[in-house]
Design a protein around this ligand. Sequence first.
Ligand code: MG
Length: 335
Amino acid sequence: MSEKILLSHGAGGGASQRLIDDLFMKKLGNELLLQKNDATVLPELPGRIAMSTDSFVIQPIFFKGGDIGKLAVCGTVNDLAVQGAEPKFLTLGLIIEEGFLFSDLERIVGSIADTCAQAGVKIVAGDTKVVNRGQADGIYINTTGVGYVPRGRQVGGSLAKPGDVVIINGGIGEHGMAVMSQRSGIDWETDLVSDCAPLNGLITEIFKVTPNVHVMRDPTRGGVATTLNEIAGQSGVGIKLVEADLPISQGVLGACEMLGFDPLYVANEGKVLVIVPAAESEEVLAAMRRHPLGKKSAVIGEVVAEHPGMVTLRTAFGGERILDMMEGELLPRIC
Ligand code: MG
């Protein structure tokens, strides 16, 4: 195998076949991928089918806590999981720039395999295209995921109700600030690591203690503030956050200050906002804290009938400020 990716690796001939056999099949192969037909026929699933797709163009491709491959699996797995679905299958589409290092591709595919194993999902179809040098920036990845929603789960952005509480499973802004500090060259001063992780295991633990989860959403681009604004709008409720209760690490606070960001608008890739009735909150919180990805889970606010569609923050000084939706693109190519 040559040490760089060539146009022929995406052309469907012998070089493509060797790339498939020697890399993709070796690392990602399973009985479904081995069908090797034009389409993969999936086994029946015990519930309504959920589907999601996302494309990943992050720069840098390798960052502290992950890489574009891990992110491409986590992003789609998490979008299925926050809808109450059990993620099962993923497709993998790669667009690679001619000249990309084979060793980098190997590393990315290895991390896709590891993350699939961690999340309990299988790659069941794939495609690779190689474009001329200069026509892409290294590598772009698309994943589409399929899962099923077990009977009795009803989660959606329009289901938040006054009297619910808002829980998050840990520190805010860690993915965005890890990437931004690396990109701006201040990462030597910080020990920021992306929180990128598949959340389906944690979410399964929540459903074990109650089916009564109203809303779940992963606060990716636009961060916690933008995601909660979407939910407040969809549900026609107000959401009040308490600044003193927000779990934000000193590292994230420091990097945000240095680079001029508000952590509430910074992307997360391993966080979920969970909105449940107050009566369920203690059990849900305890279940989340038992999971490795939820040790720092905290209640950060409540759903109210006042100011529908609006999110407010009670500041450390006792004032109240409105948290708007993010306007424009704060952090380009963060995922
Ligand atoms: Mg999402």
